[in-house]
Design a protein around this ligand. Sequence first.
Ligand SMILES: *Cc1c(COP(=O)(O)O)cnc(C)c1O
Length: 354
Amino acid sequence: MTLKLTVDGDRWRAHLRSVVDEIPGLVPVAKGNGYGLGIARLARRADWLGSDVVAVGTYAEVPEIASRYRGDMIVLTPWRPPAVGRSEPDLPTDLADRVIHTVSRPSDLGELLARQPGARVVLERMTSMRRHGLSAEELWALAGLARNRARLEGFSIHLPMGEHGANLAEARRLMTDIIGAGAADGATVWVSHLTPTELATLRSEYADLTIRPRIGTALWLGDRGALRVTSTVQDVHAIDRGDTYGYRGRHALRPGHLVVASGGTAHGLGLSAPTGESSLRARASAAARGGLDAVGVVRSPYLLDGMQLFFAEPPHMQASMLLLPHGATAPEVGDELEVRVRYTTTTFDEIALD
Ligand SMILES: *Cc1c(COP(=O)(O)O)cnc(C)c1O
């Protein structure tokens, strides 16, 4: 009775190996729900890949990665002083030596160094994302201090998910700021969301710098054919027109079947399928069309023999009720339905990886 992710292990590992071979200097990103696979599994894979450094999302994730992987960890969430009244334990020394902090505000560097003299740091330059980062002036001002009192491990830029090739101009501007802050001769610049072509261009233009791309999605989820998500059919009920069903006592508009399948809000399943029709515009036009959306019937991410099923009502905690139209062959209890999920928001009951 599970929402299950089945991974073709050989195919997945071959994909990981080929991405790492194609993109030298790649930094695997292991954070959050581990792109559906769990960060512990990604940590072991990064070790197997021989990565010298892994990017983790938060400090809380460090121990889980550190025990399964031998290299360094760069924490993507910028360091902040512990909040007043909250005592955050410092990292144990053996771990502290393996952790590279991201510094994104001028005042944080001094505070970090007061707690951990000689800490390893990268300075993050603000990008058009406007999430975290230093201005060009702040970067210039801070780079000297970082060189003298910290172990400066380079500079970081987090670019938006650019349309194909759209990030190069911005990356160049930011590289100018980074060079202005004194980066030279092998200094490392950690980047995200550059296409392979943009990365190659940047590397040839700044050949004296080391550019290291942080990559998560295209690495772990880059070969979707290696991944299969299935749900177990838990119950099937024939219904007639007018029959009531569900938490809200809805009435069936036509005869057919109700299919109860594993997978619900606890797994991160939302109301709409994550692919295809998920754009705002598509949803707006679906709403404008009236139709099924208007009576609260929404496409689900569940497929039966390739046919996309409709939700009978919004997903429950651990199961979903689906509507099978009249005439379609009903599945049997225990059968599996394919499910299209957004991996970064899905928690699986079981992951089978050979
Ligand atoms: C998540 C993240 C990445 C990786 O993004 P993907 O789209 O999964 O490759 C890179 N850099 C930063 C700062 C991130 O937070």
